[in-house]
Design a protein around this ligand. Structure first.
Ligand code: C2E
Ligand code: CA
Ligand code: CA
Length: 905
């Protein structure tokens, strides 16, 4: 029975368990069913969301890339989303809340789809910027859609959680029953437990779904933020582009403007004028054509795109580009015109500016006197002005578009090409001068690179170049001989001196002065003198190396510069001496001037440079000094510069200074050298000047007369001598022993040539009361070098007063018998060299004999000068001289000694 009882119990328990089990089973089954259901709802919403996102990104893709495939994508996604909505609708028939949400969802979805289409249409007709507005509106709808779907998911999740809670309560109850039913039913309990475990898994699955939808939501929020950001960017862009949208509602006759449009017209945001009012902003002609376009669009939907001038509310003039398109209702009636407006004033202004600038530039380029050529970076001609056509001898028509190097192929590889490539490569302007062998002109070229290419200016500078050349020749070359002149010579010496200082090599300067050049100039005229100078120049050039410089300093002075002669001074001097010899020898041959042979010699002074520092001026001065030395040593000679010469020069300079004061300081003395006839009777005296220098003592005339002549001091000095001598002559006239004495006075050529000379002599004669018939003026042959006719006239004038003339130093100059005949002379004075020479060389004797014969022929007295010995006296007397003068008779004597000498006689 127990068993029965137990069995009954067991059966009861089993039945209980079975019924419990059945109960549990049904409970669990229903739980599984709604978990699945909820899951299905959630996943459908999820699908919907995904499809919506797909549709949006496809639309966005189209917006950006305008590829038709995006539109297909969008259509597909929209279709799928629509199916999803229907599925949700089917799943949520029993849930009032979801049904409520579903309605909103359907409504928003419809709006979203409409917005897709609208955005696309605007973007197709007006472009992306005006479409952006609708795009953002679409995004807003999407946002609301997301909100609804989130609510639906929340609702579904809430349901899930609530049901789960209820279910687990009844399950716990069942558990208690099972525990009460005993351990024997563990198997059943285990079975139950397994079920519970399974339930828990389902629960977790639901939570997982929940989490996924939360993640999804987050992604969506991020996406939305991105959308808002790009919307902001689009707004900024349209502000910057001055681009706005407009819409004219035909029904209400109202125009709506976006904020940008309001800004363009300078009206407050939100202004909504009538269509007629809105058109008032367009200026005259623009307004007419725009009204026409608008009306056409209203009539048949023709879109338009027009640029018109506007006058804004703030009276600003400007330009806008305006587009318009028709919007139709479902019946196809045009109900709205809308479009975009962009302020293009700036562009219009710069266009107008560019046109003006271009015109100005063309005018400028045509008017500039430089030739101007523009080439692009491929060297193709882009522009040439008239001057360029003229100068380059090409025409725009021929060359425009062709390559510079095709037209000027000869320039390839030359300086033009090098400089132009450099200008482009280094992006720097270049300027250079070039002789164009083809065009035969000198060009100055300046080229300026730019992104467009190279702007090249040409200037014909042939004239300037020619002038520069001429000026250079004028400034640095002697016009007669074409040799370098003094300036160029000094420059070359300076360089040579500087170089020798560096290299330590010696060089030399040869100063060459023609002997007696004045002679040929005066006797044969300046033209022939010039010819001689040219011949001399050539001969000098032939005597030196090509690298040496032959220059003409002026007059008959030439200089040869020998550079880089030797390492040692001695050797350099030898070499320079060799060149000097060569030059002197070359003068041995006659110069042929107009079929006449002319002999000329030269005196050469040589200065060596190198070693210690010396200036170019000094080198030249040293050579000049040495030349004087050569002249003094008897001409046709060559002399090296020696330091002593410098001292001489220094002394000479000092003497010039002293000489200037000598007259006022009464430092001159007049000596008298008595003259005698052959019977030893005194006949008169020659006045000879002395200088009683305060430091140097008595200075002889040989030392200072030439200086006095050079400095012009000879004029006052000569007058002093003449008047002092005349005073003496007047005194002699007072005493019977001396009244017959004559007075010889030396007159320098320059003194005699002085304009006032005759008047001065007359004045002195009057002042002193001297008898002109006792006065004898001693002239030298050098007097005849200049102005022979004038000299003869002057002599006759003086002669007319009774003054006598003596030709001094006769035989040393180039006496010409024809002159001798024409001059009113009284006396010839044989130079003392012949008197003193005659014993050693018979030459002197011959000359003396000749002069005496001449004197006889021309009826002139002949006076022998410098007779020192009885032998000489005897000879001159024997030869027929009537008078003599010399140490043998008396030395020149100061006044007191002369008086004593006369008394002695
Ligand atoms: P000169 O006219 O030929 O004068 C003659 C020179 O011979 C004088 O030299 C005289 O002292 C010198 N003499 C005279 N007898 C002898 C002699 O027996 N043996 C030697 N060895 N010499 C003798 P001095 O006085 O030195 O004059 C030199 C030259 O200076 C003159 O040469 C003359 O050309 C010039 N001179 C002198 N006084 C004047 C002057 O007042 N005016 C100008 N223009 N020249 C003057
Ligand atoms: Ca004399
Ligand atoms: Ca003399």
């Amino acid at each position: 029975s127990l068993v029965i009882i137990s069995l009954v119990v067991v059966v009861f328990v089993l039945v209980l368990l079975a019924s419990l089990s059945v109960y549990m089973e049904t409970k669990l089954n229903s739980a599984t069913k709604w978990v699945d259901h909820t899951h299905q709802v959630l996943s459908t919403i999820e699908k919907f969301q995904n499809n919506l996102i797909r549709a949006e990104s496809a639309q966005r893709g189209y917006f950006v890339l305008r590829a038709a495939r995006f539109l297909n994508d969008r259509e597909n996604a929209v279709d799928l989303a629509r199916v999803n909505i229907r599925e949700i609708e089917a799943l949520t028939l029993d849930n009032n809340k979801q049904i409520h949400y579903l309605k909103t969802l359907q409504d928003l979805f419809a709006q979203r789809v409409a917005m897709f289409i609208k955005t696309q249409a605007i973007s197709d007709t007006l472009g992306s910027i005006p479409a952006a507005h609708y795009f953002v509106e679409g995004a807003d709808i999407s946002n609301r859609l997301q909100h609804v779907t989130k609510n639906m998911i929340d609702e579904e999740n809430g349901l899930l959680t609530a049901r789960n809670a209820k279910e687990s309560k009844s399950l716990r109850l069942a558990h208690a029953s099972f525990i009460l039913l005993g351990v024997s039913l563990t198997l059943v309990l285990l079975l139950l437990a397994r079920r519970i475990v399974r339930d828990l898994g389902a629960q977790e699955q639901a939570i997982e779904v929940l989490r996924r939808s939360r993640d999804e939501l987050e992604t969506r929020n991020q996406y939305q933020a991105r959308m808002l950001r790009s919307e902001a960017l689009i707004q900024i862009a349209s502000r910057i582009a001055h681009f706005g949208g407009w819409m004219a509602d035909l029904e209400t006759d109202q125009v709506s403007w976006s904020e940008e449009v309001c800004d363009i017209y300078a009206v407050s945001h939100g202004t909504t004028p009538t269509i007629a009012d809105a058109s008032q902003f367009y200026v005259d002609k623009g307004r007419v054509s725009l009204t026409h376009l608008f009306n056409t669009c209203v009539r048949d939907g023709t879109p338009y795109d027009q640029e018109v001038e506007i006058l804004t509310a703030s009276k600003r003039q400007g330009w806008v580009r305006i587009t318009g398109e028709a919007v139709r209702d479902t019946t196809g009636l045009v109900i709205q015109i809308r479009g975009g407006i962009q302020d293009i004033s700036e562009r219009k202004r710069s266009e107008a500016n560019a046109v003006r600038q271009a015109a100005l530039l063309t005018a400028t380029l045509e008017s500039i006197t430089d030739a101007f050529v523009m080439v692009d970076r491929q060297w193709h001609f882009k522009y040439l002005n008239h001057e360029a056509e003229r100068l380059l001898q090409i025409s725009s028509g021929q060359v425009l578009g062709t390559s510079l190097w095709d037209i000027f192929s000869e320039a390839v590889g030359g300086q033009y090409a090098r400089e132009y490539h450099r200008a482009i490569a280094q992006n720097c302007s270049v300027a250079f001068e070039e002789y164009d062998g083809k065009l035969k002109i000198w060009m100055e070229i300046r080229a300026y690179p730019s992104e467009e290419g190279l702007a090249i200016y040409f200037l014909d500078i042939s004239q300037r170049k020619a002038m520069e050349g001429e000026l250079h020749a004028l400034a640095f070359y002697d016009a007669l001989t074409t040799l370098p002149n003094r300036q160029l010579l000094l420059d070359r010496i300076e360089k040579a001196v500087a170089l020798s200082r560096r290299t330590g090599r010696f060089g030399a300067v040869l100063f060459i002065d023609l002997d007696n050049f004045k002679g040929i100039n005066d006797t044969r005229g300046h033209d022939e003198g010039d010819m001689l100078l040219k011949l001399v120049a050539n001969r000098l050039k032939e005597s030196v190396r090509v690298s040496d410089t032959v220059a003409r300093l002026g007059g008959d002075e030439f200089v040869v510069l020998l550079e880089d002669l030797a390492d040692a001074e001695k050797e350099a001097a030898d070499n320079a001496g060799g060149v000097g010899e060569k030059i002197l020898n070359s003068f041995g041959k006659p110069f042929e001037i107009i079929y006449q042979e002319h002999y000329s010699s030269a005196s050469i002074g040589i200065a060596i440079f190198g070693g210690p520092s010396i200036t170019s001026e000094d080198v030249l001065k040293q050579a000049d000094l040495a030349m004087y030395q050569a002249k003094a040593s008897g001409r046709n000679a060559m002399s090296f510069f020696l330091p002593e010469m410098q001292a001489l020069v220094t002394a000479r300079v000092a003497m010039v200074t002293d000489l200037r004061h000598a007259l006022t300081r009464n430092e001159f003395l007049l000596y008298f050298q008595p003259q005698s006839d052959v019977q030893g009777r005194m006949t008169g005296a020659e006045a000879l000047v002395r200088w009683n220098h305060p430091v140097r003592g008595l200075v002889m005339p040989a030392e200072f007369i030439s200086i006095a002549e050079e400095t012009g001091l000879i004029m006052p000095l000569g007058l002093w001598v003449l008047s002092t001598a005349c005073v003496q002559l007047a005194r002699w006239a007072k005493s019977p022993e001396t009244e017959m004495f004559s007075m010889s006075v030396n007159v320098s050529a320059s003194q005699f040539h002085h304009l006032d000379f005759v008047d001065q002599v007359v004045k002195i004669l009057i002042d002193t009361g001297a008898n002109p018939a006792r006065l004898k003026l001693e002239l030298t042959e050098s007097l005849l070098i200049k102005d022979v006719e004038g000299t003869i006239r002057k002599m006759h004038a003086l002669k007319a007063m009774g003054i006598g003339f003596s030709l001094d130093d006769f035989g040393t100059g180039y006496s010409s018998l024809s002159y001798l005949q024409r001059l009113p002379l009284d006396e010839l004075k044989i130079d003392k060299v012949f008197i003193q020479d005659f014993a050693d060389e018979q030459q002197g004797a011959i000359i003396i004999r000749m002069v005496v014969a001449l004197g006889k022929a021309f009826n002139l007295d002949v006076v022998a000068e410098g007779v020192e010995t009885a032998e000489q006296y005897a000879f001159v007397v024997e030869e027929g001289c009537k008078a003599y003068q010399g140490y043998l008779y008396s030395k020149p004597l100061p006044k007191l000694a002369l008086e004593a000498f006369i008394l002695e006689q």
